[in-house]
Design a protein around this ligand. Structure first.
Ligand code: F6R
Length: 239
């Protein structure tokens, strides 16, 4: 895993956008895997400002979606991707894949999503954030390296951390449909973004401890092309 430390969240957004636009300029970006949540927001804002139509033909694949929220709910990741990425970049709705967690049959929805990734030719560049407990996607501690897209129960800490996106903490869903670790590791390149002091411990475990299910992000050590871009606060516990 390679590491680039930047000053703050604004710099994180600039470097994140640089990497994505460079991959597109190199002809190496047809399918962009997108994380949601707070960390990549500065990157998506930069892309919206600078991409100038260059990403409009890229396909998007989300990492995860809450179970139990209608897709049009403002807190759903379907809404997030539409509002913050697809619409600002001019990407057509039919080029956006999000796990269909509103489906009755979640196993079938998971299989369909994996098929959509294969049909698109796989993810060229996967953007990831990291949870304070070391999760990536919604692969909570205990997630194995070979896990695939599936329904999972969210850790209580994750629900508390994400309560800021909902009217009340009780509204945060308890389950999600997430790409598995094995699914994520199939992306050709990975860009992990980390910002703020709450991520420092998880990032140090992900990069410096032997890979294990205790810190799912540590499985990324097995991938040959991971760039971690962290601001100084998130990098503070790295040796
Ligand atoms: C989002 C996702 C999560 C977040 C992580 C960090 O699609 O899969 O793994 O990346 O929870 O969230 P923030 O960036 O809000 O701290």
């Amino acid at each position: 895993m390679h590491l680039e430390v930047v000053a703050d969240d604004a710099a994180l957004g600039r470097v994140g956008a640089d990497r994505i636009l460079q991959a597109r300029a190199d002809g190496a970006l047809h399918v962009l895997g997108v994380a949601t949540g707070g960390t990549p927001a500065s990157t998506y804002r930069e892309l919206a400002r600078r991409s100038d139509g260059r990403l409009k033909d890229v396909r998007l694949a989300a990492l995860d979606e809450y179970v139990g929220l209608p897709a049009e709910h403002p807190g759903s990741y379907t809404s997030f991707v539409r509002r913050n990425i697809a619409e600002p970049l001019g990407i057509a709705p039919e080029h956006v894949a999000v796990p269909r967690a509103a489906a009755h049959d979640l196993e079938a929805a998971a299989a369909l999503f994996e098929q959509q990734l294969r049909d698109a030719g796989g993810v060229d560049l996967q953007i990831l954030g990291i949870g304070a407990n070391g999760h990536i996607g919604f692969n909570e501690p205990g997630s194995q390296a070979d896990s695939r897209t599936r329904a999972v129960t969210l850790a209580e800490r994750t629900r508390q951390d994400n309560a800021r996106f909902f009217d009340s903490p009780d509204d945060v869903p308890r389950e999600a449909l997430t790409q598995g670790i094995g699914t994520i590791l199939e992306a050709r390149r990975i860009l992990l973004l980390a910002s703020g002091p709450r991520k420092a411990d998880a990032l140090a475990r992900a990069m410096e401890q032997p890979p294990s299910a205790d810190c799912p992000a540590s499985w990324l050590q097995r991938h040959p092309d991971v760039l971690v871009v962290a601001d100084q606060a998130a990098a503070a516990a790295l040796s």
